[in-house]
Write a new protein. Sequence first.
Length: 163
Amino acid sequence: MLIMLITLSIMLPMLNHPIPAGGILLILTFLIASITGFMNMNFWYSYIIFIVMIGGLMVLFMYMTSVASNEKLKYSNKVTLLTIFIMTISTLLMVLIDKSSMFTKISYTDNMSSWKMYQMTMNKFINYPMMMIYMLMIIYLLIILITSVKIININKGPLRTKN
C-alpha cells in the first residue's frame, strides 16, 4: 500500500490532463483514508476525510468537464514506462530499507503491541487540546458552506457563462 501511495504521489505532478489526475486523487484519497482508519482503529475520521475529498473531486470534475469538454486524452508510452520504473525503484528501496518485515515473521504479540502504540498516538487528536481545533474547523466549514449557498442564486444561472 505504501509503494502504491509513493508511486501515485510521484506520478500526480507529471499528468497534464484533469481526468487522470482526478482518478489518481481519488485513489490517493482512498489509500490515505484507509491508512488513517487502520491506524486509529476507528474509521469515522477516515470516512469524513473520504467524503469531503470526494465532494471536492466531484465539483472539480464538473468544472473541468465544462471547461475542457472536447479535449482528447492522449496516451503516452513514456508515462507508462516511467510509472513502471518508479514502482520498481520504490519496491527495491522498500526491500532494502526494511528487510526485517519482508523476510521474517513477526509474532502476534509484537504485532498487537505496535497496533496499541498506533492507537494511542492517534487518540491524542480527539482529546482536549486538539478538540478545540476540530470544533473551529467544523464551525469554519459550516460558515463557508452557508456563505457559498447564499452567494449562489439558482435563478440567475450558472456561475460561469459560456461564450
